[in-house]
Design a protein around this ligand. Structure first.
Ligand code: SF4
Length: 308
């Protein structure tokens, strides 16, 4: 059964895969850039940024040696700016300690700044074609529905899902398999409305079987309560006015300055919130110090600016 399940998904991927630029390369540096960008940003927004980033910093050495301010400026529009700083730090470690070669093992990749279990697995798999299992949002959702089913309202431990993900990988075809399962999660087994009728895994899927057993008509399959419970997105955190939102506004204000220019703290405060007053100074200072600690800005006598 596992053989036909694998063959079905791989065939579907061969027929339906989107042509994404990072699927055309095995260059570890390019894959690393793509995977860091894709951590928290959607594919459509990543594509132009990925291309611009590689055009500006074509090699890992170029990225390692670049002014950090340039890296942060180029990251505009992707959000989570700390990723930009960590990506450059990872490049600097790779140049200094690995002779400019991206490590090919998950263990070595995990030691790099900003590289967590997902990104390490993705780089090992997509750059070096290792049969490595890892979980991103899409893989986690597909594996849970396929191997666990729809009625598990309690969270399923990642270690359990990872074991399932590992067992599914066809030996020697980890690259295609992980791309395929991610693609299925992005295009078919989506969070809110999985289109099971066109899914190559339907006949093996526990969530689908549970819905059919509950006597659900196929036409209602995508909205059946059993699946909907699995699919219900978590309530979104309020973003506007959040700490992350203000962090983004501070970096956006600094990006708009001419290179090397600092912005006085009070002026920065007025730019990030129109009601800025003296009693907001401590709040702003805390944000600024946190951003400085993350390497996203420096504090000078003249004010704050992007790192050189
Ligand atoms: S049959 Fe439906 S729930 Fe199961 S993997 Fe396919 S799209 Fe997802």
């Amino acid at each position: 059964m596992i053989e036909s399940l694998r063959a079905g998904l791989l065939q579907w991927f061969a027929n339906h895969a989107r042509d994404l630029p990072w699927r055309r390369t095995r260059d570890p540096y390019a894959i690393m850039v793509a995977e860091v960008m894709l951590q928290q940003t959607q594919v459509d927004r990543v594509i132009p940024k990925y291309q611009a980033f590689l055009a500006t910093f074509p090699t890992i050495e170029a990225l390692a040696a670049a002014p950090t301010a340039d890296v942060i400026r180029l990251w505009a529009g992707l959000g989570y700016n700390r990723r930009a700083v960590n990506l450059q730090r990872a490049a600097q470690v790779i140049v200094a300690q690995h002779g400019g070669k991206v490590p090919d093992s998950v263990a070595a990749l995990r030691t790099l700044p900003g590289i967590g279990p997902y990104t390490a697995g993705a780089i090992a798999c997509f750059a070096f074609e290792r049969d490595v299992a890892f979980l991103d949002t899409n893989i986690r959702r597909v594996v849970r529905r396929l191997c666990v089913g729809p009625d598990h309202l309690a969270a399923v431990a990642d270690s359990v899902l990872l074991a399932h993900a590992e067992a599914l990988i066809p030996p020697g075809q980890g690259w295609a398999w992980n791309q395929a399962i991610m693609e299925l999660g992005a295009l078919v087994c989506t969070a809110v409305s999985p289109t099971c009728w066109r899914c190559p895994l339907r006949q093996y899927c526990r969530a689908y079987a549970a819905a059919v057993a509950a006597d659900t008509a196929l036409a209602e399959m995508m909205t059946t309560p059993a699946l909907k419970r699995v699919a219900e997105p978590r309530p979104a955190e309020p973003f506007v006015g959040s700490r992350r939102w203000y962090r983004g506004r501070i970096i956006a204000a600094l990006r708009a300055l001419p290179a090397g220019t600092a912005l006085p703290l009070f002026e920065l405060g007025r730019q990030v919130r129109p009601d800025f007053a003296a009693d907001h100074e401590q709040w702003l200072l805390q944000l600024v110090h946190d951003l400085a600690r993350d390497g996203l800005l420096v504090i000078t006598e003249q004010g704050v600016r992007l790192p050189a």
